[in-house]
Design a protein. Structure first.
Length: 559
């Protein structure tokens, strides 16, 4: 009887509170049961969360089947693709914090005993999981599901193809008619982007963390199995309320190590690093970039998924989904099987009882002993250009070393036009700065720029370094999260035109090739720029946000 809902809704003094519950249809019997929330990220501004409201009824049925009551409520969505390359992208990472805050506010204010979070687009997933870790009341995550791939002729399409075709159009390689056809066919259903971009990456990691049911990440949004997983997730949440199983019982350091191993084995989005760091912070787990590099060095890259590979999430679903990757890593001794999951079982027990399809899968998921690459899909880089660290998705490039001349831009806006004017040439290292968590603010994604470079035929001949971040769809020698960021006086702020920069993935190095004295002189002469925003949400965020090397978390000033 120590449930929060008992204190709020049971007893004579709580008559006013119960009156409001009666007005929305709860009976005397309902009010006496455990009370669960369903926090759903829903929006018609894009396909990723367009359908998530439909999953509420199945979750409710699952919760009720175990003897609990449930009420649903919304949280916000900022659609990354629609905001990409615009001022709107500055709100994307900020929305992660808002989602965590709004989920916390609603669950705590209304004394729910636990909640199911339903997410889709990139920031809804970590935002909801951050709230779960922060509140530490029983919780379960449910993914809205991936879109199906599009087709144009014999090409299998994702949204990545639209951006790259746009780059080809700018360079005169792709006709306007072909660009239009790719646009029309690239994203044919509701659901998140089809490749292993950030949304599908975070869904996969929710299984590895144990906060989502095994197998729930990969079924497409259009699949009837979404409804089945919604029902089962509701059941799991109600049982967790009964037993007192809480997110911090699940989200242990070992669970985060498992999630990092899956991130590296799948070649997932670099955003996965930011988000795992942020979720761990809320869970009170000490996680650092060193943990990512340590695990990456011993975890092989085994999944051929776009943008680094050939297949999409619905293809992985047909051969066993994320559990087939978990099983391979478990057998190789690369996962901790003793961690708890939301099912109440350990990860090892869950895998032992999971029904795998008996189909050929080696074209998509390789054996650990015969990997695509012997180490993980993401590399942590350090050096004079990024002393606190930077990230490179080695799964999305065939290049391991690049040395070139710096072409710096103070912001993303000028790069696309420079490409249009043929001012970006082979051998350039495009440096985009003042786009970090504080300087952006909001650390905007650069898919419009990176895809344009690839689409223009420069993907193997031009590198990029930024204190901003990339979409999971980005491919090429693209280094993000350079820390410290330019806005706080990091070395990226003082890169000059023509400076030599070396990026070495094998050595984990990123260096600005100027003398120590010269770099010191430049940094001493650096002065901070006035903030882009002095009021409103972005200004508030900039005043609280920490380094990308810490997950771009927001820290209260009282800490």
């Amino acid at each position: 009887m120590d449930r929060p809902s008992v204190e709020r809704y049971v007893g004579v003094v709580n008559a006013p509170h119960r009156a409001f519950l009666r007005s929305v249809g709860l009976t005397d019997e309902d009010v006496g049961k455990p009370l669960a929330a369903i926090v759903v990220a829903w929006s018609e501004a894009g396909p990723c969360n367009f359908h998530t409201l439909n999953l509420i009824r199945y979750v409710k049925e699952g919760i009720r089947s175990v003897g609990a009551s449930a009420l649903a409520m919304p949280t916000i969505v900022v659609n990354d693709n629609i905001s990409m390359g615009t001022e709107g992208m500055r709100y994307s990472l900020v929305s992660r914090e808002l989602i965590a805050d709004t989920a916390e506010a609603q669950v705590m204010a209304h004394a729910f005993d636990g909640f199911v979070g339903i997410g889709g687009c990139d920031k809804t997933e970590p935002g909801l999981m951050m709230a779960m870790a922060r509140i530490n009341r029983p919780a379960a995550y449910l993914y809205g599901g991936t879109a199906e791939p599009g087709f144009y002729g014999d090409r299998k399409l994702t949204i990545e193809d639209v951006y790259e075709s746009l780059g080809g159009y700018v360079k005169g390689i792709v006709s306007e008619e072909e660009l239009l056809m790719v646009e029309r066919f690239a994203h044919p259903t509701y659901g998140t982007c089809a490749g292993l971009f950030t949304a599908n990456t975070m869904a996969s990691l929710s299984e590895a963390l144990g906060i989502a049911l095994l197998g729930s990440a990969s079924p497409p949004a259009t699949s009837a199995r979404r409804a089945a997983y919604a029902y089962e997730t509701g059941m799991a949440l109600a049982k967790a309320i009964e037993t007192g199983l809480k997110p911090r019982d699940i989200m242990t350091f070992e669970a985060f190590e498992n999630a990092i191993a899956v991130l590296m084995a799948m070649g997932g989005s670099t955003n996965g690093i930011l988000h795992l760091l942020a979720i761990a912070y809320e869970a009170g787990v000490k996680l650092s970039l060193e943990d990512f590099e340590r695990i990456s060095s011993k975890t092989p890259y085994i999944a051929s998924l776009r943008p680094g590979g050939l297949y999409v999430m619905s293809d992985l679903d047909q051969v066993g989904g994320v559990p087939i990757i978990l099983r391979k890593l478990m057998k190789a001794g690369l996962l901790n099987g003793d961690v708890l999951t939301i099912s109440g079982k350990t990860l090892r027990e869950s895998l032992e009882s999971y029904k795998f399809p008996e189909v050929q899968h080696s074209h998509i998921v390789k054996e650990v002993s015969q990997p695509i690459k012997p180490t993980g899909g993401i590399k942590i880089l350090r050096g004079t250009l990024a002393p606190e660290g930077a990230v490179l998705k080695v799964a999305a490039t065939g290049i391991t070393r690049f040395e070139g001349r710096a072409k710096p831009f103070d912001g993303e806006e000028g790069v696309f036009e420079a490409l249009r004017r043929n001012e970006i040439q082979e051998g350039d290292v495009v440096v985009i700065r003042y786009e970090g968590p504080r300087g952006g603010p909001g650390m905007p994604e650069m898919l419009r720029v990176t895809a344009a470079i690839v689409g223009a035929g420069l993907g193997e001949h031009v590198a990029m370094v930024t204190d901003g971040r990339f979409s999971g769809a980005t491919r090429g020698m693209m280094v993000g999260h350079a820390s410290p960021e330019a806005a706080v006086g990091g070395p990226i702020a003082v890169v000059e035109e023509g400076d030599k920069i070396v990026i070495d993935a094998e050595k984990g190095k990123i260096d600005l090739l100027v003398s120590e004295n010269e770099l010191k002189k430049r940094l001493e002469g650096w002065r901070p720029r006035p903030p882009r925003y002095t009021s409103g949400l972005l200004a508030k965020y900039a005043s609280l946000v920490a380094s990308a090397s810490l997950g771009a978390i927001t820290k209260p000033t009282l800490q």
